[in-house]
Write a protein that binds this ligand. Structure first.
Ligand code: PLP
Length: 397
């Protein structure tokens, strides 16, 4: 038998798989499962974008590797309007999902360490392993909302000043549900600039911040920040597989390298999807209302669950964007240990079989295994119905 690439032995099946398999088993036994483990937008794709997809179903040609020109122009002007960033069309790179683009980045870029604040999204580390990179998990603290502190970053970099580093910062955060303030981003940017670190700012939840304006670290550290985004979270189009990287001109060499990888792998994103996406970045009243209402719903549901859980003594950062909460069960550590539960995966498996509540263990997000935290996703509701109701009753809060 022909074996596997030896690298595969280094990638373990994810802890989320265990929970998904146990959920499926319980459902097949007729038990009720509360699916609070899944992170998909509950809302339909905005109507005008769906209509544009239908109109463009006949588009059949391969498109340029980095994307359709009119789409890249539209995205450039979206970034200029929203964030005041001087993004030009040629700095926009379209891929089949931001996950694929982050992988492509890891294939193309040479660095000694990939820095990840613990906790961070589940796929960064396996991608680093597959592409032969070393991951360094940077510790975070409850007092800082489990976010990366600039001093911790600086202390780490001082240890080995000659190392070349990249970092992935994701905010609003999956799994934390909170985001960095502008001051926090500024403080991180100062250290990043001093150490010349390349940043992938994973802002896939940037348009689903619950209140105010999403802030980007690219504003404070434009020269080495790549913004990663797409349509999966704010436009409900995860299955369309559409992601965006925005490069600074200083990283053109990296963008060009990624274009080579793209041309030898996915070639270009599906043509009908790209034509439809142009509509998603062209703002009008219907899109403004869609975003206003979906954000309002996410905020209301997030705060409701947050209030209910904090009332019974479970702590977590307050939700500020995206779909998630990150409840902490450390308070019950002695009890959990006495029940033979020694890590967050045991805890989540036990919780699921005892109560039917499916959460994802904190260890899947790089938190130490024995830290009792889990990700709760609060979007298991009929988004289409709720959105319709809120649209028809705009005064509702
Ligand atoms: N980054 C984060 C933090 C995510 O939660 C996800 C999806 O769950 C992605 C990136 C990937 O999104 P996509 O590949 O659909 O653009």
């Amino acid at each position: 038998m022909i074996g596997l690439n030896p690298t595969m032995a280094k990638v373990k099946p994810s802890a989320t798989l265990v929970i998904n398999e146990l959920s499926a088993k319980l459902i097949s036994e007729g038990k009720e499962v509360f699916r609070l483990g899944f992170g998909q937008s509950p809302f339909p794709v905005p109507n005008k974008v769906v209509e544009a997809l239908k109109k463009n179903a006949h588009q059949k040609d391969y498109l340029p590797v980095q994307g359709l020109k009119s789409l890249r122009e539209e995205i450039g002007s979206f970034f200029r309007r929203h964030y005041g960033l001087p993004v030009r069309a040629e700095e926009v790179f379209i891929g089949p999902g931001s996950k694929e683009l982050i992988y492509n980045f890891q294939v193309s870029c040479a660095f000694d360490e990939l820095l990840l604040p613990a906790p961070s999204w589940v796929s960064y580390e396996p991608q680093a392993i597959l592409t032969g990179h070393k991951v360094v998990w940077l510790p975070t603290k409850k007092e800082n909302g489990w976010k990366l502190n600039a001093k911790v970053l600086e202390e780490h970099c001082k240890k080995n000043p000659d190392q070349k580093r990249a970092i992935i910062l994701n905010y609003p955060s999956n799994p934390l549900g909170n985001t960095y303030s502008d001051e926090e981003l500024q403080a991180l940017a100062e250290v990043l600039r001093k150490k010349q670190i390349i940043v992938v700012a994973d802002e896939i939840y940037g348009e689903v911040h619950h209140e105010g304006q999403h802030q980007t670290i690219a504003k404070h550290y434009p020269e080495r920040t790549i913004i990663s985004t797409g349509l999966s979270k704010w436009a409900g189009a995860g299955g369309w597989r559409f992601g965006v990287f925005v490069f600074p001109p200083q990283l053109k060499y990296l963008q060009e390298a990624m274009a080579i990888v793209a041309s030898e792998t996915f070639t270009s994103v599906s043509a009908p999807i790209q034509y439809a996406a142009v509509e998603a970045y062209k703002e009008d009243e219907s899109l403004r209302l869609y975003l206003e209402h979906t954000r309002k719903i996410l905020k209301a549901v997030g705060l409701y669950v947050y209030d209910e859980l904090t009332t019974i003594g479970i702590s977590m950062p307050k939700p500020e964007g995206g779909f998630y909460l990150y409840p902490n069960f450390e308070k019950w550590r002695p009890y959990l240990i006495s029940r033979g539960l020694t890590n967050s995966e045991d805890f989540c498996s036990h919780l699921l079989s005892e109560t039917g509540v499916a959460l994802l263990p904190g260890m899947a997000f790089g938190h130490p295994h024995d830290h009792f935290a889990a990700r709760l996703s609060y979007v298991d509701f009929d988004g289409e119905k709720v959105l319709q109701y809120v649209m028809e009753n705009p005064g509702i809060n």
